[in-house]
Design a protein around this ligand. Sequence first.
Ligand code: ADP
Ligand code: SF4
Length: 692
Amino acid sequence: MRDPRYDILFTPVRIGPVTTRNRFFQVPHCNGMGHSQPLAHAAMREVKAEGGWGVVSTEECEIHPSSDLSPYIEARLWDDRDIPALALMCDKVHAHGALAAVELSHNGPTASNLYSREVLIAPSHQPSKYGYPSQARAMTREDIRQYRRWHRDAALRAKRAGMDIIYVYAAHDLSLAMHFLQRRRNQRSDEYGGSLENRVRLLREVLEDTRDAVGDTCAVALRFATEELLGPGGVELAEAQDIVGMLAELPDLWDVNVAAWYNDSVPSRFAPEGAQEPFISFVKKTTTKPVVGVGRFTSPDSMVSQIRRGVLDLIGAARPSIADPYLPRKIDEGRVEDIRECIGCNICVSGDMTITPIRCTQNPTMGEEWRKGWHPERMPAKRSSARVLVVGGGPAGLEAARALGQRGYEVSLAEARRELGGRVTREARLPGLAEWGRVRDWRLGQLNKLTDVSLYLDSELTAQDVLDFGAEHVVLATGCHWRRDGFGRSNGLGIDGLKDSPHVYTLDDLMDGRMPSGRVAVFDDDGFYYASIATDLLRLNNCEVSYVTTEDSVAPWSVNTLDYRHIRKRMAKQGVWVMVSHNIVSFDGATLVLENTWDGQLTEQRCDALVTVTSRLPHDALYQQLRERETAWADSGIRSLRCIGDAEAPGLIAHAIYAGHRYARELEEPVTDEVPFKRHFHTARENDLRRE
Ligand code: ADP
Ligand code: SF4
């Protein structure tokens, strides 16, 4: 069944004392569940193992209370009482034939210690990066000995939990082993500072300690950043090459990437598949040990190419494994077209950033494996032979139709336009967002295999059409549009004069090809990606662009998806004139009057057009009309009517997919008043839980 071209992806690889069944390696990734929701965490990792990943890793694992990452929720091995939570994961991962890996970390000055209230420690005195604006103190030699002991103890605990691969972490600017390498963080004058040999000493010692403690049965992996893109204060490629040379055979596995996280998990808008290759390809030439690296690989051909060309031995993945936990199995079973490809939107990252369970645009079951019992590949069978009418073929409608079809329902989907995909199709045409079209493509691919789902294009339905159709269940996923009147967070009464001005444009206008020219101001009252995409598009159309926001920074929410720095850099490069902390007072088609949000001072800007990105209005007219005609439902056979996705409340594409999926899961299922998901509770017994 498997295409023989991909056989090489399924050959076992020896990693020190352990062997992985194939080359698919789920590298460490955060998930917002970690130590606080161990059952949910274990269930999420289990699905990856079930889906064929050879290795399944934890996220960062705190080894000591002096490296407390609160409020971020990661894994934890502070003492023996933390073992059972990780043992849960190991048991589940092993049950499906995969290896379990743990990424041990002491984050030194990049911990927060907000919870433990310990004083931060670092190679040298320096400011903290997270938590309070305080400082970390320089570690003494005794501290270094202690830190080595903590790391060793954590490795032993990890082994007892059942881990097969124990990471030493020196990446992302997040761990002491890396901080000692960085000149900007290490100004010591003893044997741990100064020369490269000295700065590498601690990393070498910790690798040796770990091997000594657990190396008989566990592989020791080194996660190492080869470049920080910060110049001489940071790890640079030339020095990284020396370091890999110095430590070449010491770890059993090299896991290499670019730091920090925003340079590693770059959104697809700013980096293509395999973008790290120039920074990591040297490693395999320097060591005989297996090398794993990431590149948001979703194509088996790219994976094979990485191996054949001697770049990587193991295909590392965080995001591709989130979007499709069954990716390896689908390749193995000759179902490459079934792979739900990651779109590189980084909504998964926002879970960790907002300290909540991970979620994914493409995979609505991510983070819900335990909590809601949702599986990415399996759906409960339909409850009846009822027919379902889905109105609207955007992400919400497509996912509802697909998932209902998977349950076995007979589904008809009507779409007003001549193309499917709704906002996904439209947004994917914007600069840099082409990969987002995968949200539509995967669903269309699956829908085409479902014989009981019919798709009707060019079919704008009225309330009467819906009543005449005679389906038992009707779900409206009719989307939304951008407002033109300036109403939004900062202007609850709208902005005078905007609504009917021919010089005011919305994102819908731009997506429809109605493009301004000359000097254009973009007003961002939304804070995420839309406004910066508008500036990209306008610059490509040779407009002179200024960006105005009431916020104190550009696109502040984009910090949560790691877009922020890339957006800022691009705007700077494009010569976009940025004005933060300003609201719009008026625009007459030639003069834009702005008001400083702090001192009320007015300024004027000459411009020919204004693009507003403020808020959206649901297309819920059809829903309202059908509600008004509720008395006619029985005669039409309609038993339920729902409005979902942007038509209910405009949100992200991820919200629309989730809404469509949830609708399909819950259709005709028993309704209760209970909290609709499982939660972790603390009991006296659990507080005393010890591994027998
Ligand atoms: P969502 O993100 O909630 O899926 P979209 O805006 O992406 O919303 O998609 C909504 C889709 O519904 C659009 O493609 C739009 O053309 C379609 N649509 C809106 N009203 C109707 C209608 N009355 N009949 C059929 N299709 C409709
Ligand atoms: Fe990929 Fe987006 Fe899903 Fe993250 S949320 S795994 S980037 S599709």
